[in-house]
Design a protein around this ligand. Structure first.
Ligand code: ADP
Length: 223
């Protein structure tokens, strides 16, 4: 049970672009669905009309002059909308919420990547998330060389954040590693340079070990 809402769980997936987090978030949500768990799968920024419009601004390569503070606040604005409109109501109904990125992305990208003041970034994160804290976060970690290979194989052009360069992405990665080290009880570090199915199974086992009772299968409430 989510201690903040008394209901569903908030499960987030994090990692640098190309780490495979979206692949894993989708597979994880699919697995929960198979188990018959009521859930809501979202991506941050996005998932509703207002946040999707903000997302389009954030990723538009034509807007290269966007200041880092403006970028930070736009991410938080998109997140606040999604949190209020979708996450909090879903958790209150007892649904699991699977989120592809959440505020750890802002700490990693705007805090460590853009090198904004970390304390201010954390304050902004509290506003954007309405002070919600994920119940568990899976951080998919891969070396930059692997990311480079995967992204160059992608058909689509790089968006504004992906175009920020590999040094930037490496600072983001190091930021994520620090987050995981600072909160190991919440942020699980998942080695991502492995076959997709192996990573999926690793994540699922970690999740089940800790949250089995939330699946509410008949006869397993107290497992
Ligand atoms: P992200 O959401 O972190 O940007 P994606 O899940 O979109 O990453 O994956 C980026 C690319 O890497 C995609 O082409 C995807 O198919 C591929 N990919 C994802 N996970 C793996 C993996 N474990 N091994 C090899 N390729 C992967």
């Amino acid at each position: 049970m989510n201690p903040q809402t008394g209901a569903g769980l908030l499960i987030t997936f994090e990692g640098v672009d190309g780490s495979g987090k979206s692949t894993q978030a989708a597979l994880f949500a699919g697995r929960l669905e198979q188990e018959g768990v009521p859930l809501l799968a979202l991506r941050d920024p996005g998932a509703n009309a207002i946040s999707e419009r903000i997302r389009a601004l954030l990723l538009d390569r034509a807007l290269a002059e966007m200041s880092p503070w403006s970028e930070l606040l736009l991410y938080e604005a998109a997140r606040a909308q999604m949190t209020g409109q979708q996450i909090i109501p879903a958790l209150a109904e007892g649904r699991m919420v699977v989120c592809d990125r959440y505020y750890d992305s802002t700490t990693a990208y705007q805090g460590y990547g853009r090198q904004l003041d970390l304390e201010l970034v954390q304050q902004a994160n509290r506003i954007g998330s309405c002070s919600l804290v994920p119940d568990v976060t899976f951080l998919i970690d891969v070396e930059m060389e692997v990311v480079r290979r995967r992204l160059s194989a992608r058909a689509s052009a790089a968006d504004r954040m992906e175009a920020a360069g590999l040094d930037f992405q490496d600072r983001v990665r190091q930021g994520y590693l620090q987050l995981a080290a600072a909160a190991p009880e919440r942020v699980y570090l998942i080695p991502g340079n492995r076959p997709i199915e192996q990573i999926q199974s690793h994540i699922w086992h970690l999740f089940i070990n800790r949250f089995q009772r939330h699946l509410n299968r008949p006869g397993e409430e107290n497992a």
